[in-house]
Write a protein that binds this ligand. Structure first.
Ligand code: ATP
Length: 509
């Protein structure tokens, strides 16, 4: 499982899906950049969500609200007072927790060094590179690996014995300084709000204190009446939004699972009070179907009911969990938020946030049913089930392994690659270029002549391209090309005029 996860992280980097932010400066912890294929996949995920939410529902409309909001927003939502890490309860456990975080961050740095060495070596040795072997035999890397496992063992022992003295000793031995205080003395731990703050213009002090939004939902709540009036919606209706959110997560590990800057796809459904259980069940089911429609096997998903353990704003909540390489974890939340948010904003702003029901001639604060999914977590879930290693038998009968991303074709960054059999034959190149120029009007396609066909196929498999078209000499005579299917590896001869239709059938949702 751990190996699978490491492989996934390495694959994301090697094939231009995800890079660590500011890598040349040794990276910024829990912040990531999406590379050329990553951004395509992520956009496709967002597109699929947007279409199924906004385009396919008469009564759901979109919104793109600003990241900065009036500071009172976060007072009303409860984030200023309640958005602290709940693990921190008493002084000793605070200290233990802080020490654990510092040591884990130190370990992350060592892991970063190992990754750097591995990436360099992979580049140097190419296809023959054996990572496991290199970890054991390269003196520098094996040194880091040993150091890591020693720290891990010692940390594990100290944490399970609640041994503060040993943790303190470890911090000294490892020469760790607390980035927050600049000292090695971590006896005073501040209560830690998860919101990032900044200052508005030159207004000093609390007056000008702005927060980077920790969720997109509040932008929807404060616009509830604007949207309802301008789109003349009746209840129930929904507002959907995709956008960045920021949380200063204390323990931010596991790649893009827990980031400090991430993206959410949220939908707030405004309903009549009393109808929340009906809509709660409806959206649980609807959202599960959305995941299944992408081809995610049922057994990889499950509901986790929050039971009595509810956030301050909710009267019912469930997560859709996905079986990540490190186990079942939250991918999406479905929350019955009652009238908590609209009620709180109404009170603090002094403005009515009510719906006037023309049938009953009553005004009331609607209840809200929320579906909230992290775009990056969805990306991770998608990649982790798509990445597969297969043994294939070549035309010469030789067995080899291929890394293939079995993405749903609708999500694939590139829908079809067009490859001339020989790059130094002008006629093949021209014909391939023509096909490429024609198909690019409909799909994101790629022309590539930078290697042997076998190599080019392998590269397209690794980025999840469902189709490859090869232009050979026969094509010059009869206008037929070889169409190769990523999953079945079947190759069929098709006329160039058929390509668009064949591809469209597979890549449309
Ligand atoms: P967790 O319990 O994992 O911290 P949460 O319950 O705080 O998540 P919500 O506040 O319900 O999460 O946010 C909705 C969704 O946003 C989550 O289901 C998740 O997909 C995503 N999300 C939340 N925090 C992060 C993060 N730090 N990095 C990436 N995605 C996140």
């Amino acid at each position: 499982q751990n190996d699978l996860f490491k492989k996934l992280v390495a694959h994301c980097k090697e094939y231009g899906f995800i890079y660590q932010s500011s890598e040349i400066y040794d990276g910024l912890s829990a912040v990531y950049d999406y590379g050329p294929y990553g951004v395509e996949l992520k956009n496709n995920l967002k597109d699929y969500w947007w279409k199924s939410m906004v385009q396919m529902h008469d009564n759901i409309v979109g919104l793109d609200s600003a990241i900065f909001m009036h500071p009172k927003t976060w007072k009303a939502s409860g984030h200023v007072d309640a958005f602290n890490d709940p693990l921190i309860d008493n002084k000793d456990s605070k200290r233990r927790f802080r020490a654990d975080v510092l040591i884990e961050e130190h370990m992350e740095k060592i892991e970063g060094k190992i990754d750097k060495e591995i990436t360099k070596a992979r580049k140097r040795f190419g296809d023959d590179f054996d990572e496991a072997m290199y970890r054991e035999t390269n003196p520098r890397v094996s040194g880091y690996v040993k150091e890591l496992s020693e720290i891990e063992a010692r940390l594990g022992a100290a944490m399970s014995n609640s041994d503060l003295a040993d943790l303190k000793q470890m911090i000294e031995d490892l020469d760790i300084t607390d980035p927050d205080t600049g000292s090695r003395n971590w006896t005073e731990v501040r209560q830690f709000n998860l919101m990032f703050s900044t200052q508005l213009g030159n207004i000093a002090g609390a007056e000008g204190k702005l927060y980077l939004r920790p969720e997109t939902a509040q932008g929807i709540f404060v616009n509830f009446l604007n949207v309802q009036k301008t789109t003349r919606q009746k209840l129930p209706f929904g507002i959907a939004q995709i956008g960045k959110a920021f949380r200063n997560e204390i323990v931010a590990r596991q790649f893009i699972f827990r980031m400090r800057e991430f993206e959410q796809m949220e939908m707030q459904y405004f309903i009549k009070p009393g109808e929340q259980m009906k809509w709660y069940e409806y959206w649980k089911e609807t959202r599960l179907k959305w995941h299944l429609a992408l081809g995610t096997p049922k057994e990889m998903l499950r509901f986790h009911d929050h039971g009595e353990n509810l956030a301050h704003y909710a009267d019912a909540a469930a997560d859709i969990q996905f079986n990540f390489p490190f186990g079942f974890k939250e991918l999406e939340g479905i929350h019955s938020r009652t009238d908590f948010d609209l009620g709180a904003h109404q009170e603090l702003s002094g403005k009515k946030l009510q719906f006037f029901d023309p049938e009953t001639k009553e005004s009331y604060v609607p209840y809200v049913l929320e579906t909230s999914i992290g775009c990056d977590r969805m990306f991770l879930a998608t990649m982790s089930q798509a990445l597969q290693e297969e043994t294939v038998t070549g035309a010469n009968g030789k067995e080899s392994t291929r890394e293939v991303l079995k993405l749903h074709p609708a999500l694939s960054p590139i829908k079809c690659a067009i490859l001339p059999l020989k790059r130094n034959d002008e006629r093949l190149v021209n014909m391939a270029r023509d096909i490429f120029n024609n198909l690019r009007l409909s799909f994101n396609v790629q022309y590539d002549d930078t290697g042997s066909i076998g190599k080019l196929y392998r590269r397209q498999d690794a980025i999840g391209t469902p189709f490859c078209v090869t232009v050979d000499f026969e094509a010059l005579d009869d206008q037929t090309v070889t169409l190769r299917d990523r999953d079945t590896l079947e190759q069929e001869r098709v006329h160039v005029d058929q390509l668009e239709e064949i591809i469209r059938k597979r890549v449309d949702m």
